[in-house]
Write a protein that binds this ligand. Sequence first.
Ligand SMILES: Nc1ncnc2c1ncn2[C@@H]1O[C@H](COP(=O)(O)OP(=O)(O)OP(=O)(O)O)[C@@H](O)[C@H]1O
Ligand SMILES: [Mg+2]
Length: 493
Amino acid sequence: MHGINKSFPGVRALIDVNFEISHGEVVALIGENGAGKSTLMNILGGVHQPDSGTIEVNGDTTSIRSVSHADQLGIGFVHQELNILDNLDVGANVFLGREPRRLGIIDTKSISVQTKPFIEMLGLDISPDTPVSELSIGQQQMVEIAKALSKNAKIIIMDEPTSSLTLSETDKLLSVISELRGKGIAIIYISHRLGEVSQCADRVVALRDGANAGELSRDEINHDAMVSLMVGRTLERSTHEHSQITSDQKGLEISNLRTSAYPDCKVSFRVSAGEILGMAGLVGAGRSELAQTVFGVDPTLEGEVKINDETVKRGSARASINAGIYLAPEDRKRTGLVTEFDISKNVSLASLQKYSNKLGLIDNSAEEVAAKHQVKSLNIKTPSTQTPVINLSGGNQQKVVLAKWLSMKPRAIIFDEPTRGIDVGAKAEIYKLMRNLANQGVAVWMISSDMEEVLGISDRIAVMHEGKITGEIKRENFSEKAIMHLAVGGKNE
Ligand SMILES: Nc1ncnc2c1ncn2[C@@H]1O[C@H](COP(=O)(O)OP(=O)(O)OP(=O)(O)O)[C@@H](O)[C@H]1O
Ligand SMILES: [Mg+2]
């Protein structure tokens, strides 16, 4: 790609960008949220047209007219937000839109036979007729990759493929990547997880504010070098403060709670006022379901939730919000945001009462002031607070989700995977804001699959396995090993 330019209303997303990749090479594309990574790849994938610039594929200058044209050119794209259809099975997803037919009828047998080698190659232990809705996110990711391979892709773009994967799924993906590289496939890997980039990339290309910011060859790749390319200066490695709260102070207290996800388990624990409780566990351990049950969007089968010794009515999110308990959910698309609304509306959505005047009308200027403040403090990259959220980059959308909850005055707040897809600089900001909340006496419960994050900022860690809390770890005993031991169902020693 040579001299690529692309503007959206109010934004120059790409400025004279050059990018190249060879067969059998893994190139990591890094940059802060909104730097232009997805836009550049959307151009390569035929989703967007550049305003100017040229693209050569195998030496031929080509304009990539559409997604199907990119397919024909052997360019496969695993998107930041998965494109899987939940109600179809694995094979139907892999062959979506180009189903083999016999006498005009979709030949499901042939789909199944043809899908098999790809899922085997990716080490997926499932049958082609498994409904996708039964798969973990990691497995769904693999289905997307199988789809690209089945189209005979020679270049595969992976936009933040590991942001929803568990540790073992991530390892699996990294080994698949190195296998594909061995087969001569070129892989473009976008990630904010710099540790993974160090593990898998042959070369790093950095974008900053829509322009090329430099490259690193294999032996130059390390955390600090990548950060300084992305942000244009060296960032101090943040050190985190911690609180010495003992776990019997007021806050959020959960007693004998039974959720519909794990009806046979009763869960009891406390998040003390003023502490950050990190909750670790493998995907499927029931952490999100527990959070949703405590918050009241999922039904409580049995048990009690108290905030500062007051009992909170079960099964009502409204009651939780009125009691000062908030949930910043994990899936920003489904529950966190109204993407057609602008930033301001989204930030004020959950606290509309706060921005309503006596007549119940919304005070737009107060809403605006709050939104502007959050845009600034979280460094949300946008032309204005009036921009629809759908036009923001993935990481910036996640920041809006957080802004919405941080602009309220909670007594307890549950963050479910708060920094998924968020760049290094903004992560540090978010950790600071969480710590500020804790310092103001808020009980902060953070669910996270990011090991570094759980170990770095929690005051205490609770680990879940199959619906139960298998143990709690005090700060002095924090280690990756201790977490993994409990996460796979081991007992506390
Ligand atoms: N469809 C669109 N309409 C308007 N603006 C857009 C659109 N798509 C992207 N942008 C803007 O272009 C810029 C680059 O966005 P892009 O999605 O490429 O960032 P990114 O590097 O992928 O970030 P992230 O790490 O958060 O995913 C951002 O300012 C974004 O708001
Ligand atoms: Mg992106």
